[in-house]
Design a protein around this ligand. Sequence first.
Ligand SMILES: [Zn+2]
Length: 292
Amino acid sequence: MSALVFLAALGVSAGASGAATLEISPPRPKQGEIVVVTLRSPSPLSSATLSDGTREVTMEAVGDGRLFRALLGIDFESAVGKREIRVTASGAEGVERRAAKTVEVRSGRFPTQKLKVAPAYVEPPKEELARIAEDREKVKRIWAAADSGRRFESAFRLPVASSSRGSFGVRRVFNDQPRSPHDGVDLAAPKGEPVVAAAPAVVVLAEDLYFSGATVILDHGGGLLTSYFHLSAIDVRPGQAVAGGERIGAVGATGRATGPHLHWSARLHRARVNPLDLLQLPAWPAVAPAAH
Ligand SMILES: [Zn+2]
């Protein structure tokens, strides 16, 4: 059986005609891209779960159960090549249905960038190592936290007024030493410029960390979190609910930064994705149901 762009038919209940289909947009995503997975069924389904081999994502029903949707992140360091996306769905009568489709992950073609920073941010002093390890554990626990209900319904906004958009995924060399690739975008802006929540969220972290400086992490629900680094001021506290566009802090250059800017990054079900993709999310749940 050819797996390539194969639309497996979901067995459907008697009376419904035609097969259910799985759509993945874009079908050939780049590393770090967000894809929209849509399942259309001629008859109502009660639940659908998607798997890409590394993570499982519960799809959301839109309307009467003939349409399910999920956002899937392609981690920016994930392997290039073909990958099967599988969906397991339950019919109204409790029978399990399956569908699969192959996507082809393309290279993000990330360039290498050389940067000069204070030596303490390339080889941190020994007395800071315990704190750095603690920071890392703290952030890891946040990424691992259970998904909550989705709080956003449409595209995100840019969290700061800035004309720069680049640097996602770049392979960074600090003071001639290779370090982890850049998992966000650097939005240049003057110190003190307001930083706002990109979408409705709950604040899950608001404190000073060694590398990222004054940091805010927002949980938008639905497995999606965004981070805001190097702030000069933090105006929110953990547990606080914020609206999209609400001020959370101000641009700065704290932590490992070469000058004032906002480092903005996003994780979707733990996959590190380009946050700029969030500016183009389709409105949700306002989706036309499948014709039937
Ligand atoms: Zn950055």
